[in-house]
Design a protein around this ligand. Structure first.
Ligand code: NAD
Ligand code: IPM
Ligand code: MN
Length: 360
């Protein structure tokens, strides 16, 4: 069997619970397809602060860079609020250390999931979009601090190169999809947004004229995403707007617990994580939906390891389980985190059994 090194970063809150469920799914996939997935676990976030007073130990960075792919649960929680060391610094530092400038957050709303959304079924059914979020620039990584007069500041800056590389990556993905990019900014107010618009427009004209490009302002975009989400294909945007819009679109699919993400750079291993946080309100109670993390593992197999069949098999199993209504409480079901993971494993076995026996 082929050996793959997968670094697991459970982190905080529901992180360890969703990672445990996902690890079991990957082990079953490894058995079926004869891959030797070698898992290692490392500290990040609050767990790192508690154990070694560091939200991002060097050992974790080294192990992630030496892996074939990283799977992360979540970081943060009220326990560490107001302290000098913040769990979130660990995640931001890791994204930067691994050079992960492109964050892909896909959402597809199946007919079965459409009735779970608080929005009308006819608005959300068939939504198929991807938020393409710049991940290592902008206000997240600019200078921040306090002045002597008590005021505070966060600087937002973007270089031309930072905008160019993420735009290229988004246009490339659009070509494999429906060929539409909506670039979202606040060019009526922010200088970084005016540069963003200029650079995206130029990369489009010079390198990807076959793609349809539209620009939108983030405020009205937030509204249109709720009014007519089916109009969108690839939504390209800067770090902070992408963070906010991706939680917004999670409502279209019925729960934030469903959405996966892939963070990719140029060449090295990627980082895969659900878009949700540590969900302190439900942590430690076997209540969290593991689907976002399990679908992130599918993205790790596809984008990180090039294992398309294995990824598709996980996605088919998740779709089957959701269609059968076997869900956690966030989607109105009765399964716990572990049982939801096991339901997906059962579905993987059933799909393989059917394929082996050519049963439809
Ligand atoms: P959150 O995403 O943790 O939770 C928002 C709401 O969604 C909560 O009601 C929660 O119970 C629910 N939810 C989230 N994940 C769920 C799941 N898998 N199944 C069912 N319900 C789920 O956002 P928050 O409460 O604003 O943030 C809590 C902490 O998480 C903060 O410390 C924040 O910094 C951190 N955070 C971390 C990440 C990350 O690690 N990538 C992402 C977002 C927030
Ligand atoms: C996310 C989270 C992170 C972000 C936090 C925890 C730093 O909200 O991954 O969406 O803002 O990027
Ligand atoms: Mn977020």
């Amino acid at each position: 069997p082929k050996i793959w090194k997968i670094a697991l970063l459970p982190g905080d809150g529901v992180g360890p619970e969703v990672i445990a469920a996902t690890k079991s799914v990957l082990q079953v996939i490894g058995d079926f397809y004869d891959h030797d997935f070698q898992f290692s676990e490392h500290l990040i976030g609050g767990a790192g602060i508690d154990a070694v007073e560091n939200p991002l130990p060097q050992e974790t960075i080294d192990a992630c860079l030496a892996s074939n792919g990283v799977l992360l649960g979540a970081v943060g929680g009220p326990k560490w609020d107001g302290q000098k060391l913040r769990p979130e610094q660990g995640l931001l530092g890791l994204r930067k250390a691994m050079g992960l400038y492109a964050n892909l957050r896909p959402l597809q709303v199946s007919p079965v999931m459409a009735h779970r959304s608080p929005l009308k079924k006819e608005i959300v059914e068939g939504v198929d979009l991807i938020v393409f979020r710049e991940l290592t620039g902008g206000v997240y990584f600019g200078d921040k601090g306090r002045n002597d007069d008590g005021s505070a500041y966060d600087v937002c800056s973007y270089s031309i190169e930072e905008i160019e590389r993420v735009s290229r990556a988004a246009f490339k993905i659009a070509i494999q999809r429906r060929g539409k990019v909506t670039s979202v900014d606040k060019a009526n107010v922010m200088e970084t947004s005016r540069l963003w618009r200029e650079v995206v427009t130029r990369i489009h004209a010079e390198e990807f004229p076959q793609v349809e490009l539209k620009h939108a302002l983030v405020d009205s975009m937030a509204m249109h995403l709720i009014q007519r989400p089916r109009d969108y294909d690839v939504i390209l945007t800067e770090n902070m707007f992408g963070d906010i819009l991706s939680d917004e679109i999670s409502v279209l699919g019925g729960s934030i617990g469903l959405l996966p993400s892939a963070s990719l750079g140029s060449g090295g291993p990627g980082l895969f994580e659900p878009i949700h946080g540590s969900a302190p309100d439900i942590a430690g109670q076997d209540l969290a939906n593991p689907v976002g993390t399990i679908l992130s593992a599918a993205m790790l197999l596809r984008h990180g390891l090039g294992l398309e069949d294995e990824a598709a098999s996980i996605e088919a199993a998740v779709a089957a389980v959701l269609a059968a209504g076997a869900t956690t409480a966030d989607l109105g079901g009765e399964l716990g985190t572990r049982a939801a993971g096991e339901a997906i494993i059962d579905a993987i076995r059933a799909i393989h059994w059917a394929a082996a026996h050519r049963v439809q």
